[in-house]
Write a new protein. Structure first.
Length: 155
């Protein structure tokens, strides 16, 4: 019997899936890395933890989103942003389904407790204000180079 991610995680289970978008690059490579998400149980999500949550859509359908908590708000909600994004979502606790515990990249398991992951958090995730500025400048420079190379606006 097939179950949804939320059903499996509500039972205290673990889900594995391959990411599809670019919002969590460079940590997660879309279509290649396998992500392990475990239920949180009774514990609260923590700052800088990558979590799977349900984002409600305008059409009434919800979408699974995997992003990182950057702020725990006083009202109990969380400000969550993708590692490759500059805009985020305010997400209530009940919408958070589980947290990433590991990423499998080409057969190598990267656990959230590994030194390489902790260094990634330290240099890429924690200084998010600098990262936002870097990403904005990078995207503007890439667009300008495209216009110079192709002589037109980027589509």
């Amino acid at each position: 019997m097939l179950t949804t991610y939320e059903e499996e995680l509500a039972r205290g289970g673990t889900v594995f899936f391959t990411g599809t978008g670019v919002s969590m690059k460079p940590l997660i490579r879309p279509g290649r890395d396998v992500i392990c998400v475990e239920a949180l149980g009774d514990r609260s999500p923590r700052r800088y933890e990558a979590v799977l949550f349900l984002r409600p859509g305008a059409d009434g359908k919800s979408a699974y989103v995997l992003h990182r908590i950057l702020k725990c708000r006083k009202d109990g909600s969380f400000w969550i942003v993708g590692d490759n994004c500059t805009a985020g979502d305010v997400v209530p606790r009940h919408a958070i389904l589980g947290a990433v515990t590991a990423v499998n990249r080409a057969g190598k398991l990267i656990r959230v407790t590994d030194l390489s992951y902790r260094l990634y958090l330290l240099f890429w995730c924690k200084p998010y204000h600098l990262r936002f500025a870097f990403l904005r400048l990078y995207r503007k420079a890439a667009a300008a180079l495209y216009r110079l190379k192709h002589g037109k606006d980027r589509a």
